[in-house]
Design a protein around this ligand. Structure first.
Ligand SMILES: O=C(O)CCC(=O)C(=O)O
Ligand SMILES: [Fe+2]
Length: 365
């Protein structure tokens, strides 16, 4: 989340979507209207519930080598391989803390615009309040307001961008981040086990892990059929932990077998997804799956998203244990800091950023 020194970017007029909505417009500005191919299909719920991302019970994984823990580990392996997304329950994070972070985040977004603009996300940067990943005047905009903050290591923080209002904001975010960090470390331990690797496989790489938090607020939208809350993308992290507000409408969708599948919220569960770094480290065995957010005509939605990534200095390449004749090396070695810079200097566009690391194989004619 280090700022990108891009001084010449012209992003044009970026309206604040909460302000736009205040006048209860029937139509929406052209810059939010997606091309037809990109528009979400907001089907009514079919008679049978659509496919669901797997749910992993973390308390079962914590048991030492019981039948139950082995079964849950296999389920985790299948989730990472077939879905790249899963929800975790019994994750050990106090539900009061989940409620408190949701409360302070919501209080922040409900402040007057002038107050929120004391923490501006400047063009070309990804921290503060505003819209990230906008790089040109003709780029379509997301129906979303964001507050994004670098948390760890300390040098990526920009203390001026940490809201002092609501008063408990910083303190809560600090405690929340410490808890999510522990969860990520545990998840990486379990993920290593699903690959038949030592539990410590990822320890060194994530010694001074980079952690950033993005809070996304999606106000109701008069034309949810025309806009996207958040453009399709994969995450540049190793793991992402996503908390959505209680009672939130379905908003997150993931691309599976070329179809957008909605993720149904489960109370107090956290959604985990594999980011680009784990895709590379596992040589493509575990995929970082494309996802997006859609909006709702009447309901708003808040998501609190933590990105957990290796230290910037680390070089990333597929683990040798996951390369063989049947699965040749698919990604080149690269520096993670370079990848982060590349990720945040491009608009969100499906899995395009990962082209950076792909080894191009020549197609034989
Ligand atoms: O709000 C959501 O459900 C999606 C958020 C997301 O994908 C992100 O912030 O990277
Ligand atoms: Fe994401």
């Amino acid at each position: 989340m280090a700022p990108v020194p891009i001084s010449s970017i012209k992003v044009g007029q970026i309206d604040d979507v909460q302000e736009l909505r205040k006048s209860r417009p029937k139509t929406i500005p052209e810059r939010y209207v997606r091309d037809i191919a990109e528009r979400p299909t907001l089907e009514k719920l079919p008679p049978t519930l659509p496919m669901q991302i797997p749910v992993i019970d973390l308390s079962k994984l914590d048991e030492t080598n019981t039948d139950q823990s082995q079964k849950e580990l296999s389920k985790l392996a299948a989730s990472c391989q077939d879905w790249g997304f899963f929800q975790v329950i019994n994750h050990g994070i106090d539900t009061e803390l989940l409620k408190t972070i949701e409360k302070v985040a919501m209080e922040f977004f409900m402040l007057a615009l002038e107050e929120k603009q004391k923490y501006p996300m400047l063009p070309g940067t990804v921290q503060g309040y505003g819209q990230a990943f906008v790089f040109s005047e003709d780029q379509k905009l997301d129906w979303c307001n964001m507050l994004a903050l670098g948390v760890e290591p300390f040098f990526i923080r920009n203390p001026k961008l940490w809201p002092t209002n609501p008063a408990k904001f910083s303190e809560t975010l600090e405690t929340y981040s410490t808890n999510i960090r522990k969860l990520c470390k545990n998840l990486l331990r379990f993920i290593a086990m699903t690959l038949g690797l030592s539990q410590d496989t990822f320890n060194e790489m994530f010694g001074v892990a980079v952690q950033a938090v993005r809070m996304n607020y999606y106000p109701p939208c008069p034309r949810p059929d025309l806009v996207l809350g958040l453009s399709p993308h994969s995450d540049g992290s190793a793991l992402t932990v996503l908390q959505q507000s209680t009672g939130s409408s379905v908003g997150l969708q993931i691309l599976k077998d070329n179809k957008w599948i909605p993720v149904q919220p489960i109370q107090n569960a956290l959604i985990i997804n594999i980011g680009d770094t784990i895709e590379v480290l596992t040589n493509g065995k575990y995929k970082s799956v494309e996802h997006r957010a859609v909006t709702h005509k009447k309901k708003d939605r808040l998501s609190i998203v933590t990105f957990y990534a290796p230290s910037y200095e680390i070089d990333i390449c597929p683990l040798p244990e996951l390369i063989d004749v049947n699965q040749p090396c698919m990604y080149r070695r690269y520096n993670h800091g370079e990848y982060s810079k590349h990720y945040i200097s491009n608009k969100l566009e499906g899995k395009k950023t990962l082209e950076f690391a792909k080894i191009q194989t020549k197609l034989s004619s």
